[in-house]
Write a protein that binds this ligand. Structure first.
Ligand SMILES: [Zn+2]
Length: 189
């Protein structure tokens, strides 16, 4: 997982989320305002309800890394105390795994990088992607369906029902990691 920009990695994003959570702990009922009784559609809190939801997000993603690591290596060594070290731990434990396993691991890590960014309310990470189908730049994040959408009309016209194409984070991560691998192979030849 050699990220040219180490400030934007799953580790860095997870660390940001964890730190933000530490600085903004749930201190009152307002911390749960996202489950307020206000009618739907009324904005009563910032778009990102931190606190409980972020904690759940962190727990879920860390658990996923641990499960994936153990599937690849039954004896991966002790789980790090600091959540943000979980990706380094995973890479070290799978360093000698078959290439397909390492690629799956990289795809998971990249998907988490996107998930952590979105959990922090940063949708620009999605905009940086091109549509996997038509290659148009600037996918849009659709929060209501938790998918990225291509707004290119020519692309939508090619679908059977004329709808805009949408992509899951797993699909974007697969595209990204596969593309990086292809690039490496082109450079190596
Ligand atoms: Zn498209």
């Amino acid at each position: 997982m050699n990220h040219p920009d180490s400030t934007d990695s799953a580790t860095a994003r997870l660390r940001q989320l964890t730190e933000y959570h530490r600085e903004h702990p749930v201190t009152s009922a307002e911390g749960h305002s996202y489950i307020s009784s206000a009618p739907r559609g009324t904005i009563t809190s910032p778009p990102l309800p931190f606190n409980v939801r972020v904690l759940e997000h962190i727990d879920r993603t860390v658990a996923e890394v641990i499960t994936t690591t153990r599937e690849a290596n039954p004896d991966p060594g002790p789980i790090p105390d600091d959540n943000a070290d979980i990706y380094r731990w995973c890479v070290e434990a799978t360093a000698n795994a078959p290439e397909a396993v390492q690629q799956r691991r990289d795809t998971l890590e990249y998907r988490h990088r996107l998930e952590h960014a979105l959990a922090a309310g940063d949708t620009t990470v999605i905009r940086r992607h091109r549509c996997p189908d038509c290659q148009a730049p600037g996918l849009f994040w659709r929060n209501n369906i938790s998918k990225a959408m291509c707004v290119n009309r020519h692309c939508a016209r090619r679908t059977s029902d004329g709808r805009h194409r949408t992509f899951s984070l797993a699909e974007l991560a697969h595209e990204y990691v596969q593309g990086r691998k292809n690039l490496r192979q082109v450079r190596a030849t």
